[in-house]
Design a binder for this molecule. Structure first.
Ligand SMILES: *[C@@H]1O[C@H](CO)[C@@H](O)[C@H](O)[C@H]1NC(C)=O
Ligand SMILES: *[C@@H]1O[C@H](CO)[C@@H](O)[C@H](O)[C@H]1NC(C)=O
Length: 413
């Protein structure tokens, strides 16, 4: 109780002063070390990407049939394709390419109700790899080690939305040498292989833009969260969904006045995040969600509750300095953990979040902007160059097994 009152007092003193204070000394906080500089790197001149030309059934036709794919959280695969087509790093000469890109929209196959379920993705991917390996000499040279694929589904190239099934399947065998650009990131997980590039999920930039409120608006909400606590349909007995972490948030804090938490998604959701100090970003079925992007864009300190999560562009963004990490088992102490953070630490995190380079790195805007997520992906690819000599195979050397994996995946697409 005393703790709660102390925080309310703190909110009055700092909460309402922060916006104004931050505005008065508009100076963007530099990040110590190289992180900030890496974020602002310009990839042009550091790598060349060859974009394979595929029949439109692998990409544009899917989108024509299903325009909703442009707005879901996996849309990065579409926007990355569009971006690369007109990017200065694109080369039309595959012989000078550092990286090969196969434009394939594996998540743009929705159920009638609009759910992107990746059941056909493995066959589609297989078909595309067969096609490029027959029609061009570059795949066979390395069996994909100088190729990258954007696989933004829940568990990346494991291509299943349920974790257990995804783990059973493992990464599609044909992609085991390629670099995977994916939203899924969790340490020591079969669906994240070493060398992958973890990206933010897609959140619509224009939509976020239209909900911006004046920067000096006070942050009068201490902790904010909107979303499910239980997934009754898919987890009737409880405990699996979010490994119980979201249920623990609700059980412990539903009546705590510092916590503005609910399952209702209000129309003022984006505005509310801009009025909040902390935004909870707990795992759901997968560790990631668009909340992370929204929190950064709206300057709300992300409270990351997802053990072993690998965050987007973690080699360029100083997540430890921006966010707060709370172990899943510590959720019952969330109030004490957050109220114990000294105001000067909160202010510093807010100043770092105010740095536009953080926000751009989380977004896939059209048109692209220097430092945005597209550029961070390219920077990540550039940092992997030059390829090790060992990736180039000897004539007739084969490493990948084309018939490995579930039999159903071997059917033609
Ligand atoms: C690449 O190797 C496969 C056999 O694994 C072969 O069918 C294909 O023709 C080869 N591609 C080229 C361009 O030689
Ligand atoms: C490739 O995978 C299939 C299916 O798992 C297996 O039967 C076969 O022995 C493997 N081939 C090689 C060369 O390892």
């Amino acid at each position: 109780m005393r703790m709660g009152m102390w925080v309310l007092a703190l909110l009055c003193v700092y909460g309402f002063a922060w916006g104004v204070g931050a505005d008065k000394n508009v100076r963007t906080e530099r990040i110590s070390g190289s992180a900030g500089d890496v974020l602002e790197d310009n990839p042009v001149g550091r790598l060349k990407v060859y974009v394979y030309e595929l029949p439109s059934k692998y990409n544009k036709k899917l989108l024509q049939k299903e325009p909703r794919c442009l707005n879901h959280m996996f849309a990065a695969e579409i926007f990355m394709h569009r971006f690369l087509l007109s990017s200065a790093v694109r080369t039309h000469n595959p012989n000078e390419a550092d990286w090969f890109y196969t434009p394939i929209y594996t998540t743009c196959d929705l159920t009638p109700t609009g759910l992107p379920l990746p059941f056909k993705s493995p066959r589609m991917m297989r078909s595309a790899v067969q096609l490029i390996s027959r029609n061009w000499p570059y795949w066979n040279r390395t069996e994909g080690a100088d190729h990258f694929f954007v696989v933004p589904h829940d568990f990346g190239a494991c291509f299943h939305y349920q974790e257990e099934k995804a783990i059973d399947r493992g990464i599609l065998p044909l992609l085991l040498r390629a670099t995977l650009v994916q939203t899924f990131g969790q340490r020591n997980h079969v669906c994240l292989k070493e060398g992958s590039i973890t990206i933010p999920p897609y959140a619509p930039p224009q939509k976020m833009q239209t909900h911006l409120i004046p920067q000096e608006t006070p942050r009068s909400i201490f902790v904010y969260f909107r979303g499910l606590f239980y997934d009754i349909n898919n987890d009737p007995e409880g405990g699996y969904y979010a490994r119980g972490a979201r249920a623990a948030v609700w059980e412990n804090f539903k009546n705590n006045p510092l916590f503005d938490i609910s399952t209702d998604h209000p129309t003022t959701y984006y505005e509310d995040m801009q009025r909040s100090i902390f935004c909870l970003c707990p795992l759901g079925w997968a560790p990631w969600s668009p909340r992370l992007v929204e929190a950064v864009v709206f300057g709300c300190i992300p409270v990351i509750i997802a053990d072993d999560i690998v965050l987007p562009f973690a080699d360029a963004i100083p997540w430890e300095e921006i966010g707060v990490f709370v172990a899943e088992e510590d959720v019952p102490n969330l109030d004490t953990i957050l109220t114990s953070i000294p105001p000067e630490v909160i202010l510093r995190k807010q100043r770092l979040l105010a740095n536009p380079s953080m926000k751009w790195a989380m977004m896939f805007p059209q048109p692209a902007q220097p430092g945005d997520a597209f550029h961070q992906i390219l920077n990540g690819l550039a940092r992997k160059l030059p390829h090790a000599k060992s990736v180039y195979l000897k004539a007739d050397q084969k490493i990948l097994n084309w018939t490995a994996g579930p039999v159903g995946d071997l059917k033609p697409w």
